[in-house]
Design a protein around this ligand. Structure first.
Ligand SMILES: Cc1cc2nc3c(=O)[nH]c(=O)nc-3n(C[C@H](O)[C@H](O)[C@H](O)COP(=O)(O)OP(=O)(O)OC[C@H]3O[C@@H](n4cnc5c(N)ncnc54)[C@H](O)[C@@H]3O)c2cc1C
Length: 296
């Protein structure tokens, strides 16, 4: 379903992000888990795209599996890095044939090895290209960074760049993960001031271990980990189950507060794990995404 119709259907958007597993075993585990995600009835799910070459085919395979074998509505991520216009058109054609209606368009980060040349310098160029694609009108999402993007320290200039993506044709914005709601809400206010009026979905990642938190800090450069959260986590760092509970509780409190602030939706960076997301849904007082969607 085109994302604009989804936004009309659902008062509050709930979505899940997956990455394509590299190993056969990881693939089997994810597919077995898919039912746990399905019963939460998210508005849609998204599938990441490797900036290097190796996992790209796996993104297509996972998206096609979700579209044809599950009730989930998949949105593939698509990066500029390493692609020319012809390749992007072929990918879009393949997704159109698979019944995919939306694309999450990002620039991607250059891999240390591999092909980085591209016909698209920035995500805004890819958005404009997808918008002009004649064979299907895809819904388009772009990335937003509430706590800044490392390459653009000037936050005002960064808002100009976000506005350029929206002006190029983006229908909605999905935010980078964050742990401090006040930073996200303040950024939403600044987007309004910059005449960015498309829906903004909040990116939430439940911390399930200290090591995964450190990996995420690497990937999501610039994200602030509040001292209050770190104090709680490090106090129990030798007790993995307590760390997990603290992470899930923090994410639950974040979601609850965001819903109180009437955010348009929440995107869960699931890391392909269903348990934490299920727990958060339960704690929010609903058994299914559908009930959550209609209860606001
Ligand atoms: C929701 C979400 C999903 C993601 N999914 C993936 C994924 O699947 N695969 C992956 O590899 N990465 C993914 N990323 C990471 C993303 O690719 C990187 O963070 C990347 O560095 C920025 O992508 P962008 O689309 O925001 O790029 P852009 O919007 O192109 O911005 C990149 C940088 O360039 C600056 N900039 C933009 N336009 C201009 C201009 N005209 N002149 C000068 N500077 C400019 C911006 O301010 C920013 O600092 C994701 C990030 C998010 C938040």
């Amino acid at each position: 379903m085109h994302v604009l119709e989804i936004f009309q259907r659902d008062n509050t958007i709930f979505s899940f992000e997956f990455f394509p597993p590299k190993s056969e075993n990881g693939w089997e585990i994810l597919l077995e888990r898919m039912h746990s995600f399905e019963i939460l009835e998210p508005s849609f799910v998204s599938v990441t795209y490797g900036a290097g070459g190796s996992t790209r085919e796996k993104t297509h395979a996972l998206v096609q599996h979700l579209a044809s074998k599950t009730k989930l509505d998949p949105i593939p991520h698509l990066t500029c890095v390493g692609h020319n216009k012809k390749e992007i058109n072929n990918i879009l054609r393949g997704y159109a044939e698979a019944g995919v209606d939306n694309i999450l368009a990002i620039r991607g980060d250059s891999p240390s090895d591999g092909d980085v040349t591209s016909d698209f310098a920035f995500a805004a160029d890819l958005v404009a290209h997808i918008k002009a694609f004649g064979e299907k009108k895809f819904g388009i999402c772009v990335a937003g960074f509430p706590e800044g993007h490392p390459e653009t320290p000037n936050r005002l200039v960064q808002l100009d760049h976000l506005k350029a993506k929206v002006d190029s044709g983006a229908d909605w914005i999905c935010s980078q993960l964050f742990f401090d709601n006040s930073a996200f809400l303040d950024w939403c206010d600044r987007c309004e001031l910059y005449n960015i009026h498309v829906p903004i979905i909040a990116g939430i990642m439940p911390i399930t271990s200290i090591s995964s938190m450190k990996r995420m800090a690497d990937l999501a450069g610039g994200t602030n980990f509040p001292a209050k959260l770190l104090k709680r986590l490090y106090k129990f760092q030798d007790d993995p189950e307590s760390v997990r509970q603290i992470g899930v509780q923090w994410a639950t409190e974040q979601c609850s507060d965001l819903l109180d602030h009437s955010v348009r939706g929440i995107h869960f960076y699931t890391m392909n794990q269903s348990a934490a997301t299920e727990e958060i849904f339960r704690s929010l007082g609903a058994h299914t995404g559908a009930r959550l969607r209609t209860s606001t």
